[in-house]
Ligand binder design. Structure first.
Ligand code: GCB
Length: 618
């Protein structure tokens, strides 16, 4: 009997681990290419710091049909009825959007907020299915429809979806409730401590996705990574590799992939829920910053046609160089937080992305480091169409609970969700598995395991992580053991701000113990926009300008392996850690553009350097 129980437990565990580690298989991608009903707009809210709507007075999770659970519609039919919650004006909030920026009461709030709205659905075919898709909710979301729980998701910057059982769906007045909790915990990703604002809420688009009975959940389409790109260009013969994941098993069914501009139309037979294929193609104009060519691709299955614009390119390293389409490339980057400082809010829209990239272009940059978490998809679309290369990162930031296996699993889920959503973006060249993590064998194993997972899921991009360096008057040696496993060695360096003097850059020497490209994933100094003084006065625009001038002089003397930089940071951003009463007031001031949108003097120093680098094509 005991043996049977053990066997049963093992099976249960096996099944649940399998589901867990393949969670990304169910993520529906390319939402804009599908039949959707937007649930953006005005929702109602309840602020619930004690989680009264979730736990009863014995602090036990409420039963599904508990009338006092906030996922249930309050029923005040008779005047004697006792009801202690409700969703009504003026308790209204916009989705998408963080809550902090919407009402004064939310500014510093961290905890539970209940979101509620109603929606109707149009007439549907009997075979159609409905999914509820969230672009992102920070951090933990419990989703309920008409009193039933659809599911839970953790991770503040990645998408997720739940199917709505047809039997649960009403034609009118569907009562949708989301419990959003942005409290920070030691064993979450990110952890308790970050240098950015913990904006809470339903921060990205919400959609109902209407699908066929079986449909393409997600797919990948990239140039084959093993072909020699110079030979492919010479022979005008390219191999495109693809994979398509269906929502359910299909037998002997056809899926068609079309790229009309390349005169490609191919049928593939699916037996099961996945197919992998290769297509030979001619006359591909490869995607690059100079020519961000995208092709319209369509995937046809079961009477549904899903379209997406996709670019083809090859990114690789050769010794200490980064090659794009076989040619050495220098990354003229800039770091970005997903934030609109003028409105002290998270960025979430196409308009926000367009404004951000206008500044990136003005800087003469060809690359952005999207720090320190996956940004919204509009950012990636803008990058794809403008020819700006992208580094995308998961929030494995500073002192994560590295010894905890459950934390590693959480990081992996976020990594998988990030890769699944964006693996068809040509602009995306680097996956980063973290930032400034403290060196120890436990941490290195943790990070190595993330790198291995990233490479299993996607062979067509470089993998890195932003490392730190200990300053040394003789030579700054980058020897973090994690550098063995990353494709490029990336390091954050603040010589002249966090240590030393800006002049020290002139005698600084750099050494990397690995024969790999060296990328400065950060460097920067703070300045309050509009504050002018002599250059030795900290917080003045002149100090920051001088810092950049000295840094650039140093960069110009870097050894051969130097392949680019992404200074910290394009715009000033909110941070609870920055409390100087005159110069910071809750802002990290290392932006090249201040919180009013004004460019600081240092912007023009970097702009000039990038212009020279672009002209030299170094
Ligand atoms: C860093 C971190 C970044 C901080 C920045 C700073 O090294 O990666 O998140 O905001 O320094 O301003 O100190």
């Amino acid at each position: 009997m005991k043996q049977n129980t053990n066997l049963f437990l093992t099976l249960v565990l096996l099944v649940s681990t399998l589901q867990f580690s393949f969670a990304q298989n169910d993520l529906i991608t390319n939402i804009q290419g599908r039949k959707t009903i937007s649930l953006n707009g005005t929702w109602h809210y309840i602020i619930d710091p004690y989680e009264t709507g979730f736990y009863n007075y014995r602090y036990k999770e409420r039963n599904e049909d508990d009338k006092e659970a906030y996922w249930n519609k309050p029923n005040e039919e008779n005047k004697i009825d006792r009801v202690e919650h409700g969703y009504e004006a003026p308790y209204e909030i916009k989705v998408p959007g963080d809550w902090n920026s919407q009402k004064e009461v939310f500014k510093y709030y961290e905890g539970t907020v209940w979101y509620q709205r109603e929606f109707d659905v149009p007439q549907m075919d009997a075979t159609e299915r409905v999914f509820l898709h969230f672009g992102a909710v920070n951090y933990e979301a419990h989703v309920y429809l008409n009193g039933k729980k659809l599911g839970m998701h953790k991770g503040g910057f990645t998408a997720f979806n739940f199917e709505i059982p047809k039997a649960l769906l009403q034609k009118e007045g569907n009562f949708l409730v989301v419990k959003v909790d942005n409290k920070r915990y030691k064993d979450e990703i990110p952890t308790l401590n970050t240098d950015w604002w913990n904006y809470g809420g339903i921060t990205r688009d919400v959609n109902l996705v209407i699908t066929k009975d079986n449909f393409i959940t997600n797919y990948g389409l990239t140039l084959n990574q093993d072909q020699d790109i110079k030979t492919a260009l010479k022979n005008n013969k390219f191999q495109i590799d693809g994979s398509i994941k269906l929502n359910a098993v299909a037998t002997n069914t056809t899926v068609t992939v079309e790229i009309p501009e390349l005169k490609i139309k191919k049928n593939f037979t699916i037996n099961g829920d996945e197919v992998r294929f290769s297509i030979l193609a001619k006359n591909i104009h490869l995607w690059s910053p100079d020519n961000p060519k995208l092709y319209e691709v369509s995937f046809n299955f079961n009477g549904e046609k899903i379209k997406e614009k996709i670019g083809f390119r090859k990114i690789e390293t050769s010794g200490n160089k980064i090659l794009l389409n076989g040619t050495k490339i220098f990354l003229r980057g800039i770091c970005i937080h997903e934030e609109v400082p003028q409105e002290q809010r998270r960025a979430y829209s196409k308009e926000d992305a367009d404004k951000m990239f206008k500044e990136v272009k003005e800087l003469n940059a060809n690359m952005v480091r999207l720090a320190h978490y996956p940004h919204n998809e509009y950012m990636l679309k803008a990058a794809d169409s403008l020819g700006i290369m992208v580094w995308s990162e998961i929030p494995v930031y500073w002192a994560i609970d590295f010894g905890n296996e459950a934390v590693l699993q959480k990081a992996k889920v976020q990594l998988e969700e990030m890769i699944t959503r964006d693996r068809n973006k040509a602009s995306l060249i680097i996956w980063s598995v973290g930032n400034e993590t403290p060196v120890s064998p436990t941490r290195t194993n943790f990070m190595k395991s993330l790198i291995t997972r990233a490479k299993e899921l996607d062979k067509t991009r470089l993998v890195s992580a932003a490392l730190e360096v200990a300053y040394n008057k003789e030579v700054n040696t980058i020897d973090d053991p994690l550098g063995q496993y990353t494709d490029i060695v990336s390091v954050n360096e603040y010589l002249g701000w966090y240590g030393g003097h800006p002049n020290d850059t002139q005698t600084a020497h750099w050494k990397v113990v690995y024969d790999k490209p060296l990328f400065f994933s950060e460097t920067g100094a703070g300045a309050k926009g509009g504050y002018h003084a002599d250059k030795e006065t900290r917080w003045s625009e002149e100090y920051q300008e001088w810092f950049y001038e000295e840094q650039i002089k140093m960069m110009k003397k870097m050894p051969e392996n130097y392949c680019g930089l992404s200074p910290w940071i394009l715009r000033d951003f909110r941070s609870p850690k920055r409390n100087h009463p005159k110069y910071q007031e809750g802002w990290n001031r290392k932006g090249l553009i201040d919180d009013k949108g004004n460019k600081k003097k240092a912007f023009f120093v970097l702009q000039k350097y990038y212009k020279e680098m672009a002209e030299n094509k170094k």
